[in-house]
Write a protein that binds this ligand. Structure first.
Ligand code: NAP
Ligand code: MG
Length: 502
């Protein structure tokens, strides 16, 4: 079996705990035996982030800008308890936050659909991908409790000191008030990431907000999306046969529930937060959710949406074989390998990514799965350990790859062998490579097995089950040879990569 070739390395970001254990197993069992894997490795495990003062996270994001495609393992975002557990120098920031900020990217979350695990909404046949704008609005708000009667105002002071004021409310009694903002630049980056990703998936893009009520704030989002679509993406969308449309958030919710899925839904920050959890649950489980960070200039980072599965890791440390679901992490790898294959024009790598996903889903459809899925599955499912699951997936990949190899061999060597004997009784064997008819007479083109390039054209004479071969006149031979040459050019191509031709 030939291992599949890569040209450009992936940025590989290793991580923590149970997912780090799965990471190594996936590479060992599902990737290295089949792919001549090229990666630029960054260890984002918490101990190494701590050792490097988190420089490794920045380096891995810079590498993603340079190479274009990354695959990331789940990582710990430290809190007070992790400070003591890992004896950290500092409470390092979330690596995902750091990478997202450096790439100015948007996160797309999509469920993985497996046979036997039905979404709650019966009409959903294909995944619905949610894009959440991860900047501003209530996540960067300033809010205040209003103690009693008084006026709340919105005041903007320009650099030259001029003030613009609007009354929010004349309070007659106590209440609450908040200020939120967003930036045109951030909205534009969000829009571009969404358009890029829709083109990459060849799926329709929806964007929803509440511009009927929020006539300036939400209308700004709507207008920026529309302007960038018209100026930069309309042509490419039309060529790809996909559409972009804007609709009210309430209309979008109703349409999503009635839809068959298979599109991208771009949401403002809060809508995306809420709707992605709703979709994840309605589609099945967090362990079956992928996440892709896409930058406005088309750089991609693939990962599982779930965390490091800490509770399973503590059991693993006690020597227990856990049944942690590696599906979303496998799909992070397949997503990254497919994108790399597309960018580098490596069809085999794209095909392998498809095969990796098929083999995983077929394993589940065949009733072999981890514990979390067995609980959701309709039918008799055997819950296996992570390692057993990965072995079953590897076995399916191996079978498929070996079948494909056999297929190639047949196409090259499956010719009839013809043995001819001359007057002195010397035998020479030929491959029968072509048959031609002239009236009722059948002719064959034979290539000598012993003498390179020696061709013989003969007439086939059938007697009951036996066939013998008779010499033919030069004119007929030339005629048949011309036809053979026209029909089978592959025998006449000089393959520069074939050393035998040199
Ligand atoms: P989590 O790792 O996603 O796990 C939460 C629970 O969900 C698990 O205890 C497990 O339930 C179930 N689960 C999640 N993934 C699973 C899988 N692949 N297979 C089977 N069950 C799975 O979230 P967390 O416990 O809140 O966070 C743990 C650590 O991950 C934290 O340190 C956090 O900072 C980090 N985190 C990282 C990322 C990221 O890097 N993208 C995202 C989120 C969290 P049972 O225990 O009931 O089986
Ligand atoms: Mg949420």
């Amino acid at each position: 079996m030939n291992r599949i070739r890569m040209t450009t390395p992936l940025v590989e970001m290793d991580g923590d705990e149970m997912t780090r254990v799965l990471w190594a197993m996936i590479k060992e069992k599902l990737l290295l035996p089949f792919v001549d894997l090229k990666t630029e490795y960054y260890d984002l495990g918490l101990p190494h982030r701590d050792e490097t003062g988190d420089q490794v996270t920045i380096d891995s994001a810079e590498a993603t800008k340079r190479l274009g495609v990354a695959v990331k393992c789940a990582t710990i975002t430290p809190n007070a308890q992790r400070m003591t557990e890992y004896d950290l120098h500092e409470m390092w920031k979330s690596p995902n936050g750091t990478i997202r900020a450096l790439l100015d990217g948007t996160v797309f979350r999509a469920p993985i659909r497996a046979e036997g695990i039905s979404p709650v909404v019966r009409t959903w046949k294909a995944p619905i991908t949610i894009a959440r704008h991860a900047y501003g609005d209530i996540y960067k708000n300033t809010e205040m409790r209003v103690p009693g009667a008084g006026r709340a105002e919105l005041v903007f002071t320009a650099e030259d000191g001029t003030e613009t004021r609007k009354t929010i409310q004349e309070f007659k009694g106590p209440g609450v008030v908040q200020g939120v903002h967003n930036l045109d630049g951030s909205i534009a980056s969000f829009a571009r990431s969404c358009f890029e990703y829709a083109l990459s998936l060849k799926q329709d893009l929806w964007f929803s907000a509440k511009d009927t009520i929020s006539k300036t704030y939400d209308a700004d989002f709507r207008d920026i999306f529309q302007r960038i679509y018209d100026e930069e993406y309309r042509e490419a969308f039309e060529k790809a046969g996909i559409t972009y449309f804007y609709t009210l958030i309430d209309d979008a919710v109703a349409r999503v529930i009635r839809s068959e899925g298979g599109f991208i839904w771009a949401c403002k920050n809060y809508d995306g937060d809420v709707m992605s959890d709703m979709l994840a649950t309605a589609f099945g489980s967090l362990a079956m959710m992928t996440s892709v960070l896409v930058s406005p200039d088309g750089k991609y980072e693939y990962e599982a949406a779930h965390g490091t599965v800490t509770r399973h890791y503590y059991r693993y440390l006690k020597g227990e074989a856990t049944s942690t679901n590696p599906t979303a992490t496998i799909f992070a790898w397949s997503g990254a390998l497919r994108k790399r294959g597309e960018l580098d024009g490596l069809d085999d790598l794209v095909m392998f990514a498809d095969l990796l996903e098929e083999a995983t889903l077929d394993t589940i459809a065949g009733g072999v799965m981890t514990k979390d899925l067995a609980a959701l599955w309709e039918g008799d499912a055997a819950a296996v350990t992570s390692e057993e699951f990965l072995d079953a997936v590897a076995e399916r990949i191996r079978e498929e790859m070996e079948d494909a190899d056999d297929g190639d061999d047949e196409a090259v060597i499956d010719f009839e062998t013809v043995v001819l004997r001359d007057e002195e009784g010397n035998e020479e064997s030929f491959a029968l490579v072509y048959r031609a008819m002239r009236g009722d007479d059948e002719y064959a083109v034979l290539l000598s097995d012993d003498e390179e390039g020696s061709v013989l054209i003969v007439r086939c004479v059938y007697e009951q089950d036996d066939c013998s071969y008779e010499p033919v006149d030069e004119e007929t031979a030339d005629d048949i040879f011309d036809e053979f040459q026209a029909e089978c050019p592959e025998f006449f191509d000089d393959d520069p990569e074939d050393p035998e031709d040199e």
